[in-house]
Design a binder for this molecule. Structure first.
Ligand SMILES: Nc1ncnc2c1ncn2[C@@H]1O[C@H](COP(=O)(O)OP(=O)(O)OC[C@H]2O[C@@H]([n+]3cccc(C(=O)O)c3)[C@H](O)[C@@H]2O)[C@@H](O)[C@H]1O
Ligand SMILES: Nc1ncnc2c1ncn2[C@@H]1O[C@H](COP(=O)(O)OP(=O)(O)OP(=O)(O)O)[C@@H](O)[C@H]1O
Ligand SMILES: [Mg+2]
Length: 252
C-alpha cells in the first residue's frame, strides 16, 4: 500500500496546484474513510490541511473518535456543532409543509438525515472558501457504485481520492498509514440515526460489494441488490439532466 499512498499524496498535491488553491479540508466523522483522507491530506499538505468535526445529533463517540484522530495525527482542526442549526431549519421546513397538510411522516427520518449531510457540506464549503482550500470527499468505490451517499451532501465535494479503492482496501490504506486500530475495526455507519450501520441499511455487506466490484462471485440476491442500487442512483453520479439543445449555443 505504500506505493499507493505515495501516488495519492502526489495526486493531491498536483490537483491543488492545478486548481490554484492552497490546501485541503475534510469533514472528520471518526470513521475509517474520513480518517484515511485526513492522514493523506496531512501528508500532502502538512501546513495546509484542515479537519472539521461537525456533531449534528450524532453520537458523542463519533466526535470523540474524530478528536483521537486529530490528536494522533496532529492535523489542524475545528469543531462546528450543527445541532441547533439543523433543528431550527428542519422544524421550520416541517411546520410550513405541515400547514399545507402535505407532511409525509414516513419520509421524515431520511429527510432529517439528508439535511444533516447537506448542512455539513455547506459548512465545509464556507470553511474552504475562507482558506481557499478544496473540499475533499471520502467516498470509496463501494459507496460510489451503490450511490450510498447523500446527493449534494457528503457527495457534494471537489475531489474524491478514494474513489477507486474498495472498503477493504481503504482499511489496508488505514493500516499502512498508522490509523488507530479501533477506528479501522469500527462498523461503518453514516451516524444519521440510532443504530444505523451501512450494511444493515443497504442489506448487503461491504465484503459482498467489494467482491462484486472485483468480478468475484457473490450470491444472486446480493448481486441483484447491488445492481438495483447502482441503477437507482445513476443520477447522483451524473450532471443535472437538461433538455436537448433547441438552439445554437455551444456549451461544455
Ligand atoms: N431519477 C432521478 N433523477 C434525478 N434526480 C433524482 C432522481 N431520483 C431521485 N432524485 C433526487 O435525488 C434525491 C434522493 O437522493 P438523496 O437525497 O441522496 O437521498 P437518498 O438516496 O434517498 O438517501 C441517501 C442515502 O445515503 C445514505 N448516506 C447518506 C449520507 C452519508 C452516508 C454514509 O455512508 O456516511 C450514507 C443514507 O443513509 C441514505 O440511505 C431525491 O429527493 C430527488 O431530489
Ligand atoms: N460528525 C461528523 N463530522 C464531520 N464530518 C462528518 C460527520 N459525519 C459524517 N461526516 C462526513 O461525511 C462523510 C461520509 O460518512 P461515512 O460514514 O461514509 O464515512 P466515514 O464515517 O469516514 O467512514 P465509515 O463509512 O466507515 O463510517 C464522512 O467521511 C465525513 O467526511
Ligand atoms: Mg461513518
Amino acid at each position: 500500500m505504500d506505493h499507493h499512498i505515495g501516488q495519492l499524496v502526489q495526486w493531491l498535491q498536483e490537483t491543488v496546484k492545478e486548481s490554484n488553491t492552497n490546501g485541503l479540508v475534510v469533514g472528520l466523522s471518526g470513521g475509517i474513510d474520513s480518517t484515511v483522507v485526513a492522514y493523506l491530506i496531512k501528508k500532502a499538505f502538512p501546513e495546509h490541511s484542515l479537519g472539521v468535526i461537525m456533531p449534528c445529533k450524532s453520537h458523542d463517540q463519533d466526535a470523540d473518535d474524530a478528536q483521537i484522530v486529530v490528536n494522533e495525527l496532529g492535523i489542524d482542526a475545528v469543531t462546528i456543532d450543527l445541532t441547533e442549526q439543523h433543528d431550527a431549519l428542519f422544524d421550520t421546513i416541517k411546520q410550513q409543509i405541515q400547514s399545507k397538510q402535505d407532511w409525509d411522516n414516513e419520509k421524515e427520518q431520511l429527510a432529517d438525515a439528508n439535511l444533516r449531510a447537506r448542512l455539513r457540506m455547506s459548512t465545509l464549503y464556507t470553511v474552504a472558501a475562507n482558506y481557499n482550500y478544496l473540499v475533499v470527499g471520502t467516498d470509496n468505490a463501494a459507496e460510489w457504485y451503490t450511490g450510498y451517499f447523500t446527493k449534494y451532501g457528503d457527495g457534494g465535494v471537489d475531489i474524491v481520492p478514494l474513489l477507486h479503492y474498495s472498503k477493504a482496501e481503504v482499511r489496508e490504506l488505514g493500516k499502512a498509514l498508522g490509523v488507530p486500530k479501533a477506528i479501522i475495526d469500527k462498523a461503518p455507519s453514516a451516524g444519521l440515526w440510532d443504530g444505523q450501520t451501512d450494511e444493515n441499511e443497504m442489506g448487503v455487506s461491504y465484503n459482498e460489494i467489494d467482491a462484486f466490484l472485483n468480478g468475484d462471485s457473490v450470491d444472486d440476491d446480493a448481486a441483484e441488490k447491488i445492481e438495483m442500487m447502482h441503477q437507482k442512483t445513476a443520477h447522483k453520479r451524473a450532471l443535472p439532466k437538461s433538455p436537448p439543445d433547441f438552439h445554437h449555443f455551444t456549451l461544455e
